[in-house]
Design a protein around this ligand. Structure first.
Ligand SMILES: Nc1ncnc2c1ncn2[C@@H]1O[C@H](COP(=O)(O)OP(=O)(O)OP(=O)(O)O)[C@@H](O)[C@H]1O
Ligand SMILES: [Mg+2]
Length: 423
């Protein structure tokens, strides 16, 4: 018998794409919510939980992580995409948690039958960032204390713009312990500040110092934390939480419009995000989408950047999808000085977002997009000339789709942010 041996054909990928010019990766399938029409034909649907590997179905998965980054110039309809995506996911029982710095998710909240929580100076709403939330019993006392300490130290370090020294860290720990004495009560920032300014003798003795020396060592921290309890910022984060929240309802929307231009936005966001975290990081919390719109404005804040990155890392474990909206990819690099912690956190965040939706970018941003997202030449050429409704969806390592986002008749009310321009 004669055996025919055909030598394997080898060629570069550049040659291969000329030999097979009209091939592209297969679609993502129809499971998930409808997004719009795919320029390569058919409709485009997406759901990170559906695209996750599932051994029981023998499905290898298109994604290994659920998070999404949406980037595009001002007015490119990024928020519209996110709002309709949330609305459509709600139909499938996904829950939502939205940080809304521009106060524009009100109509979506109304459609979902929930009232946004408006954080504003003198607005009457108070959220206690040290509140362990509804999952406290599942977390256990140790974990609750650990989180409270991390938050205190993050707040103090963000507001001092430097890492805390060991005495300062210890003083935070001792102050929290003192305040938390007596089970069943939730510490507040005002109490912690008091305990930092006047530490007890027993707290000081436990670290072989005097209460005067301990108070002196942590005075800067105490005074910075006191800012959140006095003046303009008073009444928002300095006492027990005073709003009733339906944790199992369809959405929690935190409207931060009134504090968006505050000098202390970073601190306020750190408090707000920490409070939100206690609500969403629950074993029985269900599948939830956490949206941080206008994230570019807060990435420069170390506390918030840390929170975002930690959330991105933990998303899979908690069954969450984090959706981060920015303008330019350069926003990620503008978060801090070259080599700074902020930049590393922003880059880490990018690495943890496997779904990237890129709307039109100005020509001077294309180089960055190629560098940060590993775009091909063709993809890079598309970006400056994309129509407003078209987004380049990069889903996992193998899927790229050019998608025209479609808006349904009954969805216009939840996405319109131009009403004031037209009026
Ligand atoms: N398919 C569409 N056709 C026409 N108008 C649309 C469409 N999708 C959204 N819009 C409108 O475009 C306007 C801007 O959209 P949107 O607020 O989502 O932009 P954005 O990218 O989030 O802007 P910003 O950068 O300011 O946050 C909104 O008023 C919205 O109603
Ligand atoms: Mg927007």
């Amino acid at each position: 018998m004669v055996k025919l041996r055909v030598p394997a054909h080898r060629c570069s990928t550049a040659n291969l794409r000329a030999a097979y010019p009209f091939l592209s990766a297969g679609g993502l399938g129809g499971n998930g919510v409808y997004i719009g029409s795919d320029r390569l034909g058919g409709s485009f649907s997406y759901d990170p939980w559906e695209l996750y590997p599932d051994r029981r179905r023998g499905y290898a998965g298109a994604l290994t992580g659920p998070n999404m980054l949406v980037a595009g110039q001002v007015g490119r309809r990024k928020s519209s995409l996110v709002k309709t995506y949330c609305w459509r996911q709600h139909v499938f029982g996904r829950k939502l948690a939205i940080l809304d710095p521009k106060g524009e998710y009100g109509p979506l909240a109304a459609a979902l039958g929930v009232e946004p929580i408006r954080v504003a100076p003198g607005g009457g709403v108070r959220l206690n960032p040290l509140d362990p939330g509804p999952g406290a019993a599942d977390l256990g006392e140790r974990e609750v204390r650990r989180r409270q300490l991390v938050l205190l130290q993050a707040l103090a370090s963000a507001s001092l713009s430097r890492p805390l020294g060991s005495e300062e860290r210890t003083a935070c720990d001792l102050a929290l312990r003192a305040v938390n004495q007596g089970a069943g009560r939730v510490a507040t920032l005002v109490e912690v500040v008091d305990a930092l300014l006047s530490p007890s003798t027993s707290a000081a003795t436990s670290v072989r110092t005097t209460s005067t020396k301990l108070a002196q060592a942590s005075r800067d921290v105490a005074l910075e934390l006191r800012r959140l309890c006095e003046g303009d910022l008073q009444g928002m984060f300095d006492g027990p939480t005073n709003v009733e929240i339906d944790w199992d309802g369809p959405a929690v929307v935190l409207d931060l419009l009134e504090v968006f231009n505050s000098e202390a936005l970073g601190l306020l966001m750190t408090c707000a995000t920490s409070w939100l975290q206690s609500a969403i990081a629950r074993p029985a919390g269900g599948k939830r989408i956490v949206v941080v719109d206008e994230a570019w404005a807060v990435l420069a804040n170390l506390g918030v950047a840390r929170w975002l990155q930690a959330l991105a890392k933990l998303a899979r474990q908690w069954g969450l999808q984090l959706v981060v909206v920015i303008h330019r990819l350069g926003d990620l690099l503008a978060a801090g000085e070259e080599g700074s912690q902020q930049i590393r956190l922003a880059q880490g965040l990018l690495a943890d977002t496997e779904t990237r939706v890129i709307y039109g970018q100005p020509p001077d941003e294309i180089g960055r997009a190629v560098e940060l997202l590993g775009l091909s030449e063709t993809e890079a050429r598309l970006l400056p000339n994309l129509e407003p409704s078209a987004g380049l969806w990069k889903v996992g390592p193998h899927h790229t789709h050019l998608v025209d986002h479609r808006v349904g008749e009954d969805e216009w009310d939840i996405i319109d942010t131009d009403a004031r321009m037209r009026r």
